[in-house]
Design a protein around this ligand. Structure first.
Ligand code: COA
Length: 260
C-alpha cells in the first residue's frame, strides 16, 4: 500500500503502547514510530519487546521498552512513571494487550473467563487510570483496541466478547469524563485481519475461502488497515472525534457472520 499520511503527523508525540510487541498493536506501534512518534512499548514477554525495539531502531525511530503485566496495577503505574521519566511526557496511550483463545462456554472455566476479562478490560482501565495525570498534562489521547465479536454473538468467544464490551464501555465513559480535560478517548474494532497470529490460530485454513466470500469488500483485512485507522484517530485530523469505536472490518459484522 502506498504511503497514505505525511511522515511527520505524529512528530514530537510520545506513544505508550501495551501489547505493542506483536500483531495488530505491534503494527500500530511501528506505524506511529514511522510517522514521528517516540514509542514506549509494554508486554509481558521480553522477547516481543526486543524484536520490536530492533525493528523501530533500524529505521531510526526511538523505542523504550518496559516488561509489565497490565493486570497488575502497580506494574502499570511503574511502566507509566518510567516512560514519563524517560521521555518527559506521554501523549498517546494505546491499549492493545489482550488474551484470546477459542473455547465453548460450557467448557470454559471461571478462571479462563476471568483471565481474559482481567487482561482486556481491567488491563485497559489500569493503564488509562495510571496514565491520567500524564494525559491531562499533555492533553493527550487514548486508543483502545476492541473487536466486533460482541455486536451480535460469537460462539467460542464469550470471554473475549464480554471483555471487549467492557472495553467499549470504558471508551465511552472516559471520553465523557476526561474530554473536559482535553483527553480524547477512542477505539478501533478490527474485523477479520488476515496477517495476524490470532487469525492463523483461530481460523482453520479450509474455512478461509468460504469466509472471504462473505466479507462485503471481498477480502480479509490487513494489519496496515488498522494502522491507517489508528494514525487517523491519533492525528490532529481527528481532533473532534471522541468516544467513537471505529469499526474497520470491510462491513463484515453487518452481515452477522462470525468470522473469528
Ligand atoms: N482454552 C480454555 N481455557 C484456557 C485456554 C484455552 N485455550 N487458555 C487458557 N485457558 C484458561 C486456563 O485453563 C486457566 O483456567 P483454569 O485455572 O481454570 O484452568 C486460565 O485460562 C488462565 O490460564 P493461564 O495460562 O494460567 O493464564 P495466563 O495468564 O498465563 O495466559 C492467556 C492467559 C489468555 C493470555 C493465554 O492463553 C495466552 O497466552 N494466549 C495467547 C496470547 C493471545 O492470544 N494474545 C492476544 C491475541 S488477540
Amino acid at each position: 500500500m502506498t504511503q497514505v499520511f505525511n511522515k511527520d503527523i505524529l512528530q514530537g508525540k510520545v506513544a505508550f503502547v501495551t501489547g505493542g510487541g506483536t500483531g495488530i498493536t505491534g503494527g500500530v506501534a511501528r506505524a506511529f514510530a514511522e510517522h514521528g512518534a517516540k514509542l514506549a512499548i509494554v508486554s509481558r514477554k521480553e522477547e516481543n519487546l526486543a524484536a520490536m525495539k530492533a525493528e523501530v531502531e533500524a529505521f531510526g525511530g526511538e523505542c523504550f521498552t518496559v516488561a509489565a503485566d497490565v493486570r497488575e496495577y502497580e506494574a502499570v503505574e511503574a511502566a507509566i512513571a518510567k516512560t514519563a521519566e524517560h521521555y518527559g511526557k506521554i501523549d498517546i496511550v494505546v491499549n492493545g494487550a489482550a488474551g484470546n483463545f477459542l473455547c465453548a462456554a460450557d467448557q470454559l472455566s471461571p478462571n479462563g473467563f476471568g483471565t481474559v476479562v482481567d487482561i482486556d478490560t481491567k488491563g485497559t482501565f489500569n493503564v488509562c487510570r495510571a496514565a491520567f495525570d500524564e494525559l491531562k498534562k499533555s492533553k493527550g489521547q487514548i486508543l483502545n483496541i476492541s473487536a466486533t465479536l460482541h455486536y451480535l454473538a460469537t460462539p467460542m468467544q464469550i470471554h473475549v466478547s464480554a471483555a471487549k464490551a467492557g472495553v467499549d464501555a470504558i471508551t465511552r465513559n472516559l471520553s465523557v469524563e476526561w474530554g473536559r480535560h482535553g483527553i480524547r478517548v477512542n477505539g478501533i474494532a478490527p474485523g477479520p485481519i488476515e496477517d495476524t497470529e490470532g487469525m492463523k490460530r483461530l481460523l482453520m485454513p479450509e474455512l478461509k475461502d468460504k469466509l472471504v466470500r462473505k466479507i462485503p469488500v471481498g477480502r480479509f483485512g490487513r494489519i496496515v488497515d488498522i494502522e491507517n485507522a489508528a494514525l487517523f484517530l491519533a492525528s490532529d485530523a481527528a481532533s473532534y472525534v471522541n468516544g467513537v469505536t471505529l469499526v474497520v472490518d470491510g462491513g463484515s459484522w453487518l452481515l452477522g457472520t462470525s468470522l473469528m
